[in-house]
Write a protein that binds this ligand. Structure first.
Ligand code: BTN
Length: 252
């Protein structure tokens, strides 16, 4: 069970806006319901176990109780909806920089929304927007990563504790992440250029050959970086192309 007392001592201001449940279908669904009922910007939903935790593009998110963090934050953007796609990238930067500042573990953003450490996935971010709010949902392997038997076989996974020699706890990791995530999300309206500079530094895919799907077509190419709008820049058949969306990205 998540230790609420430990968390309250580490992050008292976040404890005040925490909605904790031992079990939910999905923290994103609960955060959406709260937002629809008027929950404020920065409302936090956390649970120990999800019965229907989901990832992007219909994938499920597997996490045994006690192994990881499952949480969602309600965001009420005060900038144009056309720029809301920045929120997911900003959240990823917030996660990576919080982990690296605290533990120097070389976390990277696998564009657009995965967090990788040493070539393995440590966390995923699922943002879901409605008319006047966005839910940022994050699943992170903290104490241990799911095994193939638990359904975690699709890609190599790693947990924060695998990389850190100090004793850590889920409470400590969550308290470390939250301020950084919300600061970056709040800053993305005005400071997206600066965030992109940092994203370039943290980009796991830059310099790697990948295969991926975009606009229902399969591509292969060399990743050259991230463009000024946050899109992935890939050299495909000798031509530099910009992809604002892509899925099924893997190294080739
Ligand atoms: C992905 O890697 O595809 C994104 C995974 C996001 C999982 C988190 S767990 C907390 C929140 N609630 C959900 O149902 N999904 C997100």
């Amino acid at each position: 069970m998540f230790d609420l007392r430990q968390f309250a001592a580490l992050a008292p201001d976040w404890y005040e806006r925490l909605h904790y449940h031992s079990e939910l279908n999905s923290t994103n669904d609960e955060a959406r319901s709260l937002a629809e009922a008027g929950a404020k910007h920065g409302t936090l939903v956390l649970c120990d176990h999800q019965t229907a935790g989901r990832g992007r593009r219909g994938a499920s998110w597997i996490c045994e109780p006690g192994d990881g963090l499952l949480f969602s934050i309600v965001i009420r953007p005060t900038f144009a909806q056309a720029n809301w796609s920045r929120i997911a990238l900003a959240a990823g930067i917030g996660v990576v920089e919080a982990l690296n500042d605290k533990w120097a573990i070389g976390a990277q953003v696998k564009w657009p929304n995965d967090i990788y450490i040493q070539n393995k996935k440590c966390a995923g971010i699922l943002t879901e927007a409605r008319e006047d709010f966005v839910v940022v949902g994050i699943g992170m392997n903290v104490m241990s990563a799911p095994t193939p038997a638990q359904g975690g076989a699709r890609i190599d996974a790693v947990a924060v504790a695998d990389m850190v020699s100090d004793t850590i706890s889920r409470e400590m990791v969550l308290a470390t992440l939250l301020k950084s995530i919300l600061n970056e999300v709040d800053a993305c309206a005005m400071d997206f250029g600066f965030q992109l500079e940092r994203l370039k530094k943290h980009c796991y895919l830059t310099g790697k050959r990948i295969k991926f799907n975009a606009n229902e077509k399969n591509f292969r190419g060399l990743v050259c970086g991230v463009g000024s709008d946050g899109a992935l820049l890939v050299e495909v058949d000798g031509v530099l192309k910009s992809f604002s969306q892509a899925s099924e990205i893997s190294l080739s």
